[in-house]
Design a protein around this ligand. Structure first.
Ligand code: ATP
Ligand code: MG
Length: 346
C-alpha cells in the first residue's frame, strides 16, 4: 500500500498526472460494446488514454459486454460490437501489444467481487446516482436491478485489476465516487486492500451530440470516428444550434454552439475563443463547415489506420486473448486478497 495515495485528489487532469511520476499508475477504463466509438469518446477519454500510455502508464481497457443489457433486451451483434470498440481504440493510437483489452465475460473473478461490494453500499446511495437516473430516463424503461447496481459493477472493474487512474467523461464521476467509497469502506472493515482511484477528466468531459444532449452511441446523435467525410458533413449540417446569428463561445449560455466551437478547436489544435472570433458574424453554417473540415482532416489518419487494422480479423482476436489472460490473473489475485481479508478462505 502506498500511503501517499490516501490523500490523492479524486479528479485529476492529464497535466496533474504527467507532473507527478505517471509510471506509478495503472489505468483502468472501458466502454460498452453498444456501437462504434464517436468523437465524444475521442476527446472525452480516448486521447487521454493514448497520451497516458505514451508516458509509460500501464493501460487496461474493459469491453463491458455484461453491461449491454442494463438498458435493452437484446445484446445485438455482440461480436461485431466488441470488435468495433477495440478497433476504434487501436486506430486512435492505443498500442495493441502494450494495452490489456478484455471482455467482461472472459474474467469471472471480476464479477465475484460484486457480492462483497454490494454489501458495502446502501440502496439509498444507489438510488441517488444522477447518471443512473438520467440513463434510466433516456432508456424509457423501468429501472432494472442491473441498471441500479452497474456503478458497483464498475467498482469491480476498476478495483479487480488495481486501477488507480480512470480516464472518463463527466457522466462517470458519480460512479467513480462510488468506487472510492467501496474501496474506503472495504479497507476500513477488512484492512487495507485497495487504493482509492482517481478520475481523469479531459478538456472536453461532456461532448454534446447533434441533438444537444450528451453524445452517446445509443442515442442516434453521434459522429462516429469511423464515419466517412460525407456522413460527418451530413450529421453536422443537422446539428442543433440556436437562433442567434453571430458565433460566440459561451458554454453556459449557448451550449450547442459552444460545443461545435469546441469540436472545431480540438480538431484543429486551436483555442475555442480563437475559433469563435474567426467565424463570428459568418454564422452557424460557416461554423458547421469549419468543424466538418477540421474533423475530417483530424480523423483521416485514424480512419486509414482503422481500415488497415480491420482487414486482418486475427489482430483483435489476439489482442483480446492476451488481454483476457492478464486481466484474469490480476482479478484472480485481487479476489484471493479480498477473500483472505474477509477471512473467507477455507
Ligand atoms: P451508451 O449510449 O451505450 O451508454 P456511450 O456513448 O455513453 O454509450 P460508454 O461506453 O457508456 O459510451 O462510455 C465510455 C466512456 O466514454 C465513458 O468514460 C464515458 O464517460 C465517455 N463518454 C461517453 N460519451 C461521452 C461524451 N459525449 N463526452 C465525453 N465523454 C464521453
Ligand atoms: Mg454510456
Amino acid at each position: 500500500p502506498r500511503t501517499s495515495d490516501l490523500d490523492r485528489p479524486d479528479v485529476l487532469t492529464l497535466d496533474d498526472v504527467l507532473a507527478t511520476d505517471p509510471g506509478r499508475h495503472r489505468v483502468l477504463t472501458g466502454d460498452r460494446p453498444t456501437g462504434a466509438l464517436h468523437v465524444g469518446h475521442l476527446f472525452g477519454t480516448l486521447q487521454t488514454r493514448v497520451a497516458l500510455q505514451r508516458h509509460g502508464v500501464d493501460t487496461v481497457v474493459v469491453v463491458a459486454d455484461y453491461q449491454v443489457v442494463t438498458d435493452r433486451d437484446d445484446v445485438g451483434d455482440l461480436p461485431t460490437a466488441v470488435r468495433d470498440v477495440v478497433l476504434d481504440q487501436l486506430a486512435a493510437g492505443l498500442d495493441p501489444v502494450a494495452t490489456t483489452f478484455f471482455v467482461h465475460s472472459a474474467v469471472p473473478a471480476l464479477h465475484q467481487l460484486m457480492l462483497p461490494f454490494l454489501s458495502l453500499v446502501s440502496v439509498a446511495e444507489l438510488d441517488r446516482n444522477p447518471t443512473v437516473k438520467a440513463e434510466q430516463a433516456a432508456s424509457g424503461r423501468t429501472s432494472s436491478g442491473l441498471l441500479l447496481t452497474y456503478p458497483v459493477h464498475q467498482a469491480a472493474d476498476v478495483l479487480s485489476v488495481g486501477g488507480t487512474l480512470v480516464p472518463v467523461g463527466r457522466d462517470q464521476l458519480p460512479h467513480l465516487e462510488l468506487t472510492r467509497t467501496v474501496a474506503r469502506r472495504f479497507n476500513r472493515r477488512y484492512g487495507r486492500t485497495f487504493d482509492e482511484p482517481s478520475a481523469l477528466l479531459s478538456d472536453a468531459p461532456l461532448v454534446l451530440g447533434t441533438d444537444g444532449t450528451k453524445m452517446s452511441k445509443s442515442r442516434g446523435n453521434a459522429i462516429e470516428l469511423r464515419a466517412d467525410a460525407d456522413t460527418t458533413a451530413a450529421a453536422l449540417r443537422g446539428a442543433r444550434t440556436d437562433s442567434e446569428h453571430v458565433v460566440t463561445y459561451e458554454p453556459d449560455r449557448r451550449p450547442e454552439v459552444a460545443n461545435l466551437v469546441l469540436l472545431g478547436a480540438l480538431a484543429s489544435g486551436r483555442t475555442p475563443q480563437d475559433v469563435a472570433a474567426e467565424i463570428g458574424a459568418a454564422g452557424a453554417g460557416s461554423l458547421k463547415r469549419f468543424v466538418t473540415d477540421a474533423l475530417v482532416e483530424h480523423l483521416a489518419p485514424l480512419r486509414a489506420r482503422r481500415a488497415e487494422l480491420a482487414r486482418d480479423p486475427s489482430v483483435v482476436d489476439e489482442v483480446l486473448a492476451r488481454g483476457a489472460e492478464r486481466a484474469a490473473a490480476l482479478a484472480g489475485a485481487t479476489l484471493a486478497d479480498v477473500r483472505r481479508a474477509m477471512r473467507q478462505t477455507t
